[in-house]
Design a protein around this ligand. Structure first.
Ligand code: ATP
Ligand code: MG
Length: 424
């Protein structure tokens, strides 16, 4: 019978890889903790309507990337393609927003039906951060300072550049959109197919077209920056001053618009050149209108999401995963012969009592001296503890270094933990 395989674009994260994931997750948790952010956990499925109303009907995500299905009651549900909408829904539903400020984060799988390739999958993982009730730009700057701290913790600072832009309020974007459409319509026949379509539906997205012909036309297009309302411009100038004061390098990219409808004012991306086309490792912006748009009281907000697969790919590509991350065994306890099995298990337990934080692996399943020592070696342990009939009778254990040529020593079982504590 044919074997059933995983769904295309949905990856298993195997035991060799989970230590790196845990390392990144731990680092993010630590940094977010330093800034007083609180974790929130939402379901992975929401009503389809939530994403349509927030992300926008004419966005890539809603038009062609969502996993949408009818459940048994006939309700239309969707596997979340991103976390902001669900986070706003949850925070509003539980009264976390009214008259309060909140700094929230979450982590988990997201689902988008895209063409799988390096750095782009159908199930991928994001760590998202959302701040509510703070109009900025101080909190916008905080988010960027915080991400910079995370890159430093991971050794990535300098390997990703920060691009920022202001896309103004929805009113100022409306005026700009009209000017852009007027200009691009002059070149309608020369635009790429996607951009032609977007001219009708979502013209701002044309700004981040990768098509060389379209890019050429865009060189002469009116700039969003010239249409900014005073408040957005002032907000952006202040943000830039704060980043300068914090020593965070950035470039202003006037073409950065982000693909989701709910953004306004500040938008930003951290981009690396080391991952090819899938170079954005973290992206976000301000979305002051979304809470109200979803039926809540007007609440300003700003947030970002980073893609964990890309972050990990980048760490691996640059060789920045520290060796200690791969949590290997410290001690491997063997049992030579049936009579040694129970005493070996008891000895391993007492080592775990006395050496908290160390990994003590017990050999299970019997086998010859040679095969047990082979497994000991493969576990990555620094020391093998060898327990046979004689050692059991004498209350001793063989202690064999596995990573050096030092000779094996015979240690009394009582002294074993102390000896290991010194050696490890
Ligand atoms: P892209 O332009 O690469 O499609 P996006 O603008 O759709 O990205 P966002 O919705 O802003 O991405 O999501 C934030 C981050 O999540 C991205 O910067 C990226 O790191 C990650 N991400 C988005 N889509 C995927 C995917 N299909 N596979 C892996 N990571 C992804
Ligand atoms: Mg995308």
């Amino acid at each position: 019978m044919a074997k059933i395989q995983a769904i295309r674009g949905m990856n298993d994260i195997l035991p060799e890889q989970t230590p790196v994931w845990q390392y990144v997750e731990r680092s993010v948790r630590e940094v977010l903790g330093q800034y007083g952010y609180q974790e929130i956990r939402m379901p992975v499925v929401e009503q389809t309507e939530l994403f349509k109303r927030s992300i926008g009907e004419v966005t890539d995500i809603v038009e062609k990337e969502m996993y949408t299905f009818d459940d048994r009651n006939g309700d239309s549900l969707t596997l979340r393609p991103e976390g902001t909408a669900g986070c706003v829904r949850a925070a509003e539903e539980h009264g976390l927003l009214f008259n309060q400020t909140r700094r929230l984060w979450y982590m988990g799988p997201m689902f988008r039906h895209e063409r799988p390739q390096k750095g782009r999958y159908r199930q991928f993982h994001q760590i998202g951060v959302e701040c509510f009730g703070m109009a900025g730009p101080d909190v916008d700057a905080e988010l960027l300072v915080l991400t910079a701290r995370l890159w430093k913790a991971l050794g990535l600072y300098g390997h990703a550049r920060l691009e920022i832009n202001s896309i103004g309020t929805s009113e100022s974007r409306k005026v700009y959109r009209a000017a852009l459409v007027e200009y691009l319509s002059l070149f309608k026949d020369e635009l790429d197919e996607d951009s032609k379509r977007r001219l009708e539906t979502n013209p701002l997205r044309i700004l981040d077209s990768k098509d060389p012909g379209t890019r050429k036309i865009l060189e002469g297009a009116p700039g969003l920056g010239d249409y900014l309302d005073d408040e957005s411009r002032d907000h952006f100038d202040q943000l830039r001053a704060m980043l300068d004061a914090a020593g965070i390098a950035y470039t202003v990219n006037p073409a950065l618009v982000r693909g989701l409808d709910y953004y306004g004012k500040t938008v930003f991306e951290w981009i690396t050149d080391s991952l090819g086309a899938q170079g954005t490792i973290c992206a976000g912006g301000r979305y002051d209108g979304l809470v109200e748009q979803l039926g809540g009281k007007p609440t300003v907000a700003v947030g970002f999401a980073m893609g964990l697969e890309r972050l990990i790919l980048l760490l691996e590509t640059l060789g920045l995963v520290p060796g200690h991350v791969h949590n290997r065994a410290d001690v491997y306890v063997t049992a030579m012969g049936d009579t040694a099995v129970a005493p070996a298990m008891a000895l391993a337990e007492s080592l775990r009592d006395q050496l908290p934080g160390r990994t003590v692996v017990s050999h299970c399943g019997g086998g010859s001296f040679k095969s047990q020592m082979k497994k000991a070696d493969r576990s990555g342990a620094s020391y093998a503890v060898i327990l046979g009939e004689n050692e059991v009778a004498q209350g001793t254990a063989g202690l064999k270094p596995l990573r050096s040529d030092d000779p094996q020593q015979e240690v009394s079982q009582q002294d074993l933990a102390g000896t290991l504590a010194e050696l490890l």
